[in-house]
Design a protein around this ligand. Structure first.
Ligand code: ATP
Ligand code: MG
Length: 571
């Protein structure tokens, strides 16, 4: 394709709206433009990357025995009411009414629609196993859409659903998807880890998230420095401390702590440490507000709390609720004298004696508080995030922490949906049984963005060859007749051999062309100049290494083909 005819609006300056490298570079390279928060247009170069990722996914899904279909984006509320998710999904679900006032939603995922299809079409065990997938636009009204394609409200996802006759077969389907995902992300040139993930209150027996390791990742993962254990921090289990407290309880005292609200401020003022303070967090769940106690240096884990409470929606109580329940402003809540509020505490609190807690009165704290004596804990549980240095819950070693971007998710659903919607089949004995399901998602745009997070330098993107928008960027340095002619000939030669070429045929200075080429990040640049041609050579430059090969134009095709073979061969 010729740059002069392509809509590829590169930007010299960093756009203000972008916080992450991938978002910034996608905007600067003219790949995407924002239409509304979390809603983007994919421009030609952006779309080419999306299609590359989709094709890798498609090839590997087909290879794993899955079959492609396409479900509608809009689905009727009745299906979602059957599983209870019409209410359950909350505000993330985009809802609409048709002209007859019937409720519809724009699919955030498709378990209901596929299960409806399968319950109608599958009658016998002979029709199983079955794994159907689609690559399609999804809608989720995210609270905080951000980072460009990383967290959109409209985005492209590959979603697959497997149906098996029993648990054992379902595990095989799950493993096939796990292996396919490993191949997909490897082919996309990503460094990733499959980590154990939370299964939510849905339960389900297993779940893995595929995490691309990157500083800018929104997820925190922990992994063992010895064993193979790796998990999402939301999921990583924290064992209760084994030591029992030996300190003798001291009398409870209320002390003034004016203006000291944070753990740091309070402990500095009281000359103690966060390990001797207990934070009281008030959470609003649908039917109650609970107080959660965690040690001053620990972080409460909302996923674990949701699971314990059996709810999907949860939020920190606002200042008004805090004032109504504790009688104090935020920063001074404590467990002593809390009325009508269940108190849940992290295991670590059980091992503490004589600690600091909020005074439930502006500008005060209690010191030498003790649970049981001064307040009652309804339940001790694992309610905090794992952190670096904690013992690994499986096998030996200690945990380390890294940041990750969740690009894919494989999930054993069991019979949750088949039961709710009556997706049954007849087994060989003529007995009616529930299909055992799994679901498997990949964020297509997020995968492209994650690739940029891992592959870039100060000048721009460095695409892994398999998902690059083009293979070769042809850069004639002048408008002279020789250069233009040589560029035209090479362009024809390359594209006729199936090489994807972006030809910068603009009447621009060499510097402008080089900057744009480095920004867009096509893996191989071919530089054609008058001087070189006079010596009978063109230059082939690798974007990643900067390595330059000088070669005669008639050797170029062969060389490019060899490079592509090296980078695109699938084992
Ligand atoms: P997250 O925790 O990041 O919100 P999720 O657990 O809601 O993700 P899934 O429901 O498992 O995501 O969806 C499957 C895949 O779809 C994810 O692994 C991710 O790659 C992608 N995805 C999910 N939400 C978004 C989004 N808002 N924008 C872009 N991609 C997304
Ligand atoms: Mg989500």
């Amino acid at each position: 394709m010729r740059t002069s005819q392509l809509l590829i609006p590169t930007l010299r300056e960093d756009p203000g709206e972008a916080e992450t490298v991938s978002h910034r570079l996608m905007l600067r390279a003219g790949m995407i433009r924002k239409v509304a928060a979390g809603v983007y247009t994919y421009l030609p170069v952006g779309l080419r990357v999306i299609r590359k990722v989709e094709n890798i996914i498609r090839e590997e899904m087909n290879r794993a025995g899955a079959q492609e279909l396409l479900m509608p984006i809009a689905s009727p509320a009745e299906l979602w009411r059957e599983t209870g998710r019409w209410d359950f999904y909350g505000k993330e679900l985009f809802r609409l009414k048709d002209r007859h006032e019937r409720d519809f939603c724009l699919g955030p995922t498709h378990e209901e629609v596929i299960t409806d299809l399968i319950r109608r079409e599958v009658r016998s065990y002979r029709q199983l196993p079955l794994n159907c997938y689609q690559i399609q636009t999804k809608f989720r009204d995210e609270i905080r859409p951000r980072f460009g394609l990383m967290r959109g409200r409209e985005f492209i996802m590959k979603d697959a659903y497997s149906f098996d006759k029993d648990e054992e077969d379902a595990k095989l389907s799950y493993q096939k998807m796990y292996d396919a995902y490993t191949r997909i992300f490897t082919r996309c040139g990503l460094t990733f880890r499959a980590v154990e993930a939370d299964t939510g209150i849905i339960g389900g027996t297993s779940s893995h998230e595929f995490m691309v390791l990157a500083e800018t990742g929104e997820e925190t993962i922990v992994y063992s420095d010895e064993g193979s254990y790796a998990a999402n921090v939301e999921r990583a289990e924290v064992r209760p401390p084994t030591d029992t407290p030996t300190e003798a309880p001291q009398p409870l005292r209320k002390v003034p702590t004016p203006d000291a609200r944070t753990v740091e401020e309070v402990t500095a003022l009281l000359k103690t440490t966060p390990q001797r303070l207990v934070k009281t967090l008030l959470y609003k769940a649908p039917h109650e507000t609970v107080a959660v106690l965690v040690r001053g240096d620990h972080e409460a884990n909302e996923v674990k709390l949701k699971k314990l409470l059996g709810v999907t929606e949860l939020e920190l109580a606002g200042p008004e609720t805090v004032a109504a329940i504790t009688g104090a402003p935020v920063g001074f809540a404590g467990p002593i004298g809390l009325r009508q509020t269940r108190i849940l505490a992290d295991h670590a609190v059980k091992a503490m004696r004589n600690f600091v807690v909020g005074g439930n009165e502006g500008g005060t704290h209690y010191v030498d508080a003790n649970w049981d004596r001064d307040f009652q804990v309804a339940q001790f549980a694992d309610l905090r995030n794992a952190r670096a240095g904690d013992p690994s819950p499986c096998g030996g070693g200690r945990l380390r922490v890294a940041r990750g971007i969740e690009v894919g998710h494989v999930f054993m659903l069991g019979t949750k949906y088949s039961k709710a919607m009556g997706a049954t089949f007849l087994d060989p004995q003529g007995q009616e049984r529930l299909a055992v399901m799994g679901c498997y998602g990949i964020g297509v745009g997020r995968t492209g963005a994650a690739a940029i997070e891992q592959h870039h330098d100060a000048k721009g993107i460095i695409w892994p060859v398999p998902i690059a928008p083009f293979h070769v960027h042809l850069l004639p340095l002048s408008q002279s007749a020789q250069v233009s002619e040589a560029a035209g000939l090479l362009y024809e030669l390359l594209i006729r051999s199936g090489v994807e070429v972006l030809w910068d045929d603009r009447n621009e200075r060499a510097g402008v062309k080089f900057n744009d080429a480095d920004l867009i990040g096509v893996p191989f640049q071919v530089v054609i100049g008058d001087k070189g041609l006079a010596q009978g050579i063109v230059e082939l430059k690798q974007r990643r290494t900067g390595e330059v090969t000088r070669l005669p134009p008639d050797k170029l095709l062969e060389q490019v083909k060899a490079l592509l073979l090296q980078h695109l061969t699938v084992s």
